[in-house]
Design a protein around this ligand. Sequence first.
Ligand SMILES: [Zn+2]
Length: 465
Amino acid sequence: MNPRTIGELRESGYQPAPVKAEVERNLIRAMEAGEELFPGIVGYDFTVIPQVVNAILSHHDMVFLGEKGQAKTRMMRALTRFLDDKIPVVSGCEINDNPYDPICLSCKRKIEQHGDIVEIEWLPRDRRYGERLSPGTKIADLIGDLDPAKVAGGAPLASEDALHFGLIPRMNRGVFAINELPDLEYLIQVSLFNILEERDIQIRGYPIRFPMDVLLVFSANPEEYSRSGKIITQLKDRIGAEIRTHYPSTREAGLKIMDQEAKVDVGEGYQLDAPDFMRDIVEQITVEARKSSHVNQKSGVSARLSITNYETLVANARRRAITLKESVVTPRISDLNYLYTSSQGKIELDPFREESLTETQAIEKIIERAVRVVFTERTAGMDMDPVVDAIAGEIRIETGDMIPSADYKTIVSAAPQIWEPVHALGGDKSDQARAACVEFILEGLYLTGKLNRKKIGEMAAYRGK
Ligand SMILES: [Zn+2]
């Protein structure tokens, strides 16, 4: 049974800790137990996570600097993992007062009058994390303001009774996260500086100071963060740890994130069998987009590009399976034609580039580059010359996403030499796998300059050079 009054709490021997000490204590416990510190965070084991651990051990507030889609918000939210399950606060307090050392006037009065019989409540971990998301946040929302209702009710203007507490004081003894720090207006930055420097807040310039116990975490785009004038230097100076996030450094890490986040349930009666080369292509599209000179690299290309592209790819394969009554769902090259819906909006074109492409053209280039890279990797050491030689003269092979998988047997009957590489790529296990391998080889040969290709709507016609 949890203590229910300050007296009972005292008897239990409970000792509260400042939030940063509490987070540190639980982190150390997790490290000593050999636990995974940030479950679900991929690729940060040797870069971001050690820096976060050091920041916690140093009792630092921190800012995560990174381009979009680098799990910054996720990292900030994950810090709540190191809060106690629950902590005692004075019952009914707006700012989660420590029962032994309250700072708000109403709690102070209550305890003065009733002493140890004042009730406490136990605040669960999930109510000790606050986040500011919208860019339009006002100082009144974040810090506090005069409460007109309280003033009308007779509270003196210059007293604490007339105040409404903002989000940060309400997160007293917890974690408060602020996204896109450079978007915050000057006055809010000054208030934040005050919290970081003095650990207290002042509302509306009234001489009311609250010693705040809060762990502040921020996120920002590095470009914006370093641009002069965007962030007051005193504020930057007071943030203990600047932690640089990054995109997955290997395709494997990217695929792991994709598998973890993508929702690709194909439903009862269907079976998903995505060839590895198709999965590689999806992740490679993101990798290529991050290198493309047509793309605005300052804002970055989120991991969400791979995730939603993979979902769309599987969706189109499902559409085919359902329509054509095939039970195996196997994405293939012709499904890539549908990735524009999930790529547009996630790829921001570089506005300063002279040779300008439309969004569609830029995405097409990126997709083709990705297919070429994966094709070159996967077919290294395979002899494609017999296939290229066979597809010559009047031979023309048509592929498309709504062609039944079983038909690929006859479609390529004019060039049976293709079966050897199809076999080597794992195309024997089903009609669907075979169709996917055929399309991959034909498209790869086109992209490496060995075949011609003509696109007719969603169909592609390949012929010899
Ligand atoms: Zn209070």
